[in-house]
Design a binder for this molecule. Structure first.
Ligand code: ASP
Length: 416
């Protein structure tokens, strides 16, 4: 059976067992947690080595600049469009209308220092400390500089480049080992999630969930579909088929970081994106490109305003677009991180922070579609950039055979 089928089976069975055993599900939580911990164990060295190799393998500095520019531009533009879809969905569906909550203005904070701190915190003072504490954004910045340093050092940098390549290959081999456990890990995680949160928690907030899912699906069809069809000029079907494992992982872990090893595998082996492009875009994307989180934050901000009967102006809306973009960038790829950085959006436009407590009830449910979108967004950008840089194996994408790339490292595994 294909891995994604096993994972989906684990997911479905987990939901069933969770509904059956209810709160007793907490006893199986450690089995799911140990799987997540195994994945987390891989993330720092995997991101560090693959990001660095992503830079060193593109030795042509102009090409690196081009790839970096295209990637960042697409990340920012798609995030902003996601927010606009979110704002429209919340405006028309009005999920928070009629809740009639009251609040005191004093609670609204000015969070400007938090934004500038977020920016300053990007650069590590001590990269070893960033690796040790798992500060992924700082690890990425350091890996980018290290990769550039290796390139500029020429011959003398080669041994270190080979070491990083070897480290990244070993991390992938470890990932394949850990992923053998995925169907079981997913099974236990889903038992715990369904048993603990239950299905009943949903009802009061159904409209909010509906708005989030609707905006996400529109974004998926219009933006992701549009990029694939009109920019990358490829068929849409193989993309979703190829990303099947990553989608199953995103649904069950609600963490784009935990999904990263699977995303890398899917994008390289199934979608035919070259290793250097995938290694460059995906670790970066799983940290800063969060379309799903951005949609949630825009809708949540409007929902909270509606709950408290606060009318937002056009200026407020524009501020939401700017702050939600930044807070999605600063949001870690871990479960529930989006609700933490939501406070940046709320406090910048002066909305009551207690609103977060209302939204928190549905966090897991919104995080499922959010993480799927976050992961797929990275895949879409990788496919487009790879195609435009001629680092794309279309035969592999269309699921026929795996053929070699003309340049760079090539996937060797044949597909089952
Ligand atoms: N769980 C999301 C992710 O890992 C982040 C979030 O929105 O909370 O991509």
């Amino acid at each position: 059976m294909k891995p994604w089928k096993k994972m989906l089976m684990g997911l479905g069975l987990g939901v069933l067992v969770g509904i059956l055993i209810g709160p007793k599900a907490q006893y199986v939580k450690p089995f799911g947690t140990v799987f997540l911990t195994l994945l987390n164990m891989l993330i720092v060295p995997l991101v560090f080595s693959s990001m660095c190799v992503g830079i060193t393998s593109i030795s042509d500095i102009r090409k690196l600049g081009r790839v970096g520019f295209k990637t960042l531009l697409l990340f920012v533009v798609t995030t902003m469009i996601a927010i606009v879809f979110g704002l429209f969905a919340a405006h028309f569906i009005k999920p928070g209308a009629g809740m009639g909550l009251s609040y005191s203005r004093e609670l609204a904070l000015d969070n400007t220092p938090a934004l500038s701190k977020m920016f300053l915190d990007l650069v590590p003072t001590n990269p070893i400390g960033s690796l040790a504490t798992g500060n992924i954004l700082q690890v990425i910045i350091f890996a980018i500089f290290l990769g550039l340093g290796i390139n500029f050092a020429g011959e003398k940098g080669k041994p270190l480049a080979r070491f990083m390549e070897s480290l990244s290959e070993v991390m992938f081999a470890m990932t394949r080992l850990v992923m053998k456990l995925a169907p079981f890990g997913i099974f236990f995680i889903m038992i715990w999630v369904t048993g603990t949160f239950g299905v009943a928690i949903l009802f009061p907030l159904l409209k909010l969930i509906f708005a989030i899912y609707l905006a996400s699906i529109i974004h998926l069809v219009v933006v992701f579909g549009g990029i694939l069809i009109f920019l990358a000029k490829v068929r849409v079907g193989p993309f979703f088929k190829g990303m099947g494992d990553a989608i199953a992982m995103a649904i069950s872990t609600t963490s784009s970081s935990a999904t990263l090893p699977t995303t890398l595998h899917c994008v390289e082996q199934n979608l035919g994106v070259s290793k250097n492009i995938a290694n460059f875009i995906l670790p970066l994307g799983c940290t800063i490109n969060m379309n799903g989180t951005a949609i949630f934050q825009a809708i949540a901000a409007l929902f909270i305003a509606q709950c408290y009967g606060i009318d937002l102006t056009i200026v407020n809306m524009i501020t939401i677009v700017a702050t939600a973009t930044l807070s999605a960038v600063g949001c870690a790829g871990i479960p529930g991180a989006g609700i933490v950085t939501l406070s940046i959006v709320l406090s910048t436009i002066g909305l009551p922070l207690e609103g977060i407590a209302i939204v928190a009830g549905i966090d897991r449910i919104r995080d499922i579609i959010g993480t799927v979108l976050n992961v797929l967004g990275d895949g879409v950008v990788a496919v487009y950039v790879a195609k435009s840089e001629k680092e794309f194996d279309e035969t592999c994408y269309n699921h026929t055979v795996n053929v070699s790339y003309q340049e760079g490292a090539m996937p060797t595994e044949s597909k089952s």
